[in-house]
Write a protein of this length. Structure first.
Length: 481
């Protein structure tokens, strides 16, 4: 006998009804086998962590199953879409299994997902164990759910490089660091909103002359966030929770001789913690960055992993955007457009980007005057005011920064599958936008002619369109600005 629950796409707004079959929102999945004589466990904590996973990962499909421990294993295999699964006894007497997959089967492969996120079901189960004293309540309070979400993330980060093993950086250190950053997010020093960057790493082998515990030893040092702001300098903490030294942005080789200065893309993201990311890439460990907008970014191996804003978490979607793009088209244009979209998402305004294969398909959508690639054919002498700029722009070999700058103009920015600029600021001929925004309507229309289209909203969300339909929305819980 077992019980199964599947979380639908709109799980964040769903309620759970208890009984032999649990109904989450509009989707119900009946168990393949159910013994009416055996009651199913009441597990609001398990249901909460499953909802959280659905909120955390765009396009996630999460499966929650129970099986009595006193019965021989007989549970059917996890859904075929599952890319990672974990089981544990969380509710006494029951084996709880959480499986996570991706709804888009074109990207539902283990290779596409960062190793850290593959540990999410195990992290969720470990976090749930700490809240099982609440198993008898009907539902969790908002404050408890908030603490549970934070605990899942701490457990997730704690499993990086086996740090949950005895003798390594304990999850308590990660939890205390997160709590400290939450405190700083609501504080000001010298009338300034605070930023703070810290990397917890085992790269410093020597014993310190002074033992300054982090964060407890710096709580009374009010100016420490101003010194270690995560933009000009990062504080390094060892796995035993001792603050060791700073690493300055203009001296990246002080601890690691082979470190190179940040590249142009990293410098664009410095306000979003690119210095912290660079340090984790060179020294390993777990990085935290508190932005001025009060969001908290976490970094592993040089890449942002999950972001906390307004007490909610979302996974940073760089891997998903690249994988989704690669599942549609294998070309250098994918990384170019993804990087440009992310650059726009941290700035003001929005954008529409597209990758096209057959340029003839643009004839009915993009006016000739907006075609950068036809500038020498359409108006070779630059007689038309609207085309003169085509002859001035250095668009022969565009990079992500140039593409992002062009993308912030009204209209669409389009490249071919080799990354060559086709148009920018193109006013697209689109279907009626009465019931949706003009940018959404234009992105849908473009995606019917292009291989893929990406729309960056004013709030920083990135939606991928294919064939006139949205495939996935990245960073759907709010702006990253």
């Amino acid at each position: 006998m077992f019980h199964t629950t599947t979380v639908p796409e709109n799980a964040a707004n769903c309620t759970v009804e208890r009984g032999a079959i649990r109904n989450i929102g509009c989707e119900t999945r009946r168990p393949m086998a159910l013994d009416a004589a055996v009651s199913t466990p009441t597990d609001p904590v398990g249901e909460a962590v499953v909802r959280f996973i659905g909120e955390l990962i765009p396009n996630a499909m999460v499966d929650l199953r129970y099986e009595p421990l006193d019965e021989p294993p007989g549970m059917p295999a996890p859904p075929s879409s599952a890319i990672t699964t974990a089981s544990a006894e969380v509710v006494p007497g029951w084996r709880t299994t959480i499986s996570v997959g991706l709804r888009d089967r074109g990207i539902a492969t283990i290779e596409s997902v960062p190793d850290a996120l593959l540990a999410l079901p195990n992290a969720a189960l470990r976090a749930a164990k700490g809240f099982q004293h609440l198993a008898g309540v009907d539902r969790l309070t908002p404050s408890v759910e908030r603490a549970l979400r934070d605990t899942v993330v701490v457990e997730l980060l704690g499993q990086h490089q086996g740090w949950f093993d005895p003798g390594c950086a304990p999850t308590e250190l990660l939890a205390e660091t997160l709590e400290y950053l939450i405190e700083l997010s609501g504080a000001r020093v010298e009338s300034r909103r605070l930023t703070h960057g810290v990397v917890i790493t085992d790269a410093i082998a020597d014993e310190p002359r002074l033992s300054i515990p982090y964060p407890a030893g710096l709580r009374d040092a009010k100016r420490s966030p101003l010194l270690f702001d995560g933009q000009r300098a990062v504080l390094l903490v060892d796995q035993h929770g001792r603050a060791r030294t700073e690493l300055q942005a203009h001296r990246p080789d002080r601890l690691h001789p082979s470190t190179v200065p940040m590249g142009p893309i990293d410098r664009e993201f410095v306000d979003s913690g690119s210095l912290v990311g660079q340090v984790t890439r060179q020294l390993g460990g777990v990085g935290f960055f508190l932005r001025e907008d009060r969001s908290i970014w976490t970094f592993l191996d040089g890449q942002p992993l999950v972001i906390r804003r307004s007490e909610h978490w979302s996974a940073f979607p760089l891997w998903l955007a690249r994988t989704l793009g690669s599942s549609i088209i294998e070309s250098p244009a994918v990384d170019l457009v993804v990087q440009a979209s992310l650059l726009v998402s941290i700035r003001e305004g929005g954008a529409i980007f597209g990758i096209v294969d057959d340029l003839a398909d643009l004839g009915e959508v993009v006016p000739v005057k907006d075609r950068f690639d036809l500038r020498d054919e359409y108006d070779v002498d630059a007689m038309r005011p609207e085309t003169r700029l085509h002859h001035l722009i250095d668009g022969g070999d565009v990079d992500a920064q140039t593409l992002a700058r062009l993308g912030q103009l009204d209209g669409a920015t389009i490249v071919d599958r080799d990354g060559r600029l086709i148009s920018y600021g193109a006013i697209l001929t689109s279907s009626d936008s009465q019931h949706e925004g003009a940018r959404t309507a234009a992105a849908k229309s473009l995606s019917q002619r292009a291989l893929v289209a990406l729309k960056v909203s004013e709030d920083g969300d990135i939606t991928v369109f294919r064939g006139g339909h949205p495939r996935v929305t990245l960073l759907p819980s709010g702006s990253i600005r």
